[in-house]
Design a protein around this ligand. Sequence first.
Ligand SMILES: Nc1ncnc2c1ncn2[C@@H]1O[C@H](COP(=O)(O)OP(=O)(O)O)[C@@H](O)[C@H]1O
Ligand SMILES: [Mg+2]
Length: 324
Amino acid sequence: MWAIEAEGLKKSYPKKIPLPFRKVEWVEAVKGVSFKVRKGELFGLLGPNGAGKTTTIKMLTTLLEPSGGTARVLGLDIRKDARKIRRRINLVAEGERTLYWRLSAYENLKYFARIYYVPKREEKERIESLLKLVGLWERRNDLVMNFSRGMKQRLAIAKALINDPEVLFLDEPTLGLDVQSAIFVREFVKRLVKEEGKTVLLTTHYMAEAEELCDRIAIIDHGRIIAMDTPGGLKRLVKDQETVEIRVRELKPQILEESPFSMAVIEDDASTRTVRLRAQVDEEDLPRLVEWLVKRGAKVLSVEKMEPTLEDVFIKLTGRGLRD
Ligand SMILES: Nc1ncnc2c1ncn2[C@@H]1O[C@H](COP(=O)(O)OP(=O)(O)O)[C@@H](O)[C@H]1O
Ligand SMILES: [Mg+2]
């Protein structure tokens, strides 16, 4: 049996239109998304801001009713069996407002243990082991408001494990974290899957994170899945061409819109006024690409062949960088 099966999931939001116009317009945030996640799999939804990742996760965790399509989690229908599903899954939502800042770490977990009907005799032990697992046992009596962003996220993960969920959903789990905390979270998630056998669905817009963590990745853009495979399989999509990185000065980014090449900005360094571009190109076309840039006023500083990353896959599929 699959842990998650999504079939043509859709969600439209009403668009706010200023008065006096009463007409309701709809934004199609998710436009028919289908995928399946195996038990014990670490599956990633990778896509830029606004791609529809959070909306998809909210539908799968029964927080948001789909406008169309169906999904099952642990074989249960997200519309009919929402209560049953909620007992057996959990979610680390985006942002840091999912905890009670005026309560201590311990009190937060105690509160959520009660919500999930954790048996009283197990409560103490479970809270203690979770706090130790995320390295917050020594700080258990401190108020959450005094925690760093990283500590809050670790506690949010402990909170999400309070009901020992079979499927854990993580929405951008390392967004806004310092480097150390992000590493902790990634290692922790890997262990949850490898050692505890949990199923994890996470969203991210960091391609390196998706590549490092995920068994399989669905790349999502404008509400649609545009590719789905293992990280290695996705990178094979760009293997018939060369991946090159080009450093340029005085590039007007808008010229890229007319570019006949698969090319996008991946970094814009204001301090040195240099821009890093990634492109997929047939080897014999490389001189033509450089000439194309030079003709449009760009100063080409260097051209280097690179190993392709998932970002190159995204550029090839969409013609844009992940951060655009
Ligand atoms: N509550 C909402 N009302 C209206 N539009 C929304 C709402 N939530 C999200 N959207 C829109 O839906 C699209 C997808 O958003 P979201 O699922 O949050 O994407 P992601 O998590 O990938 O950044 C975006 O265009 C966003 O502006
Ligand atoms: Mg989001």
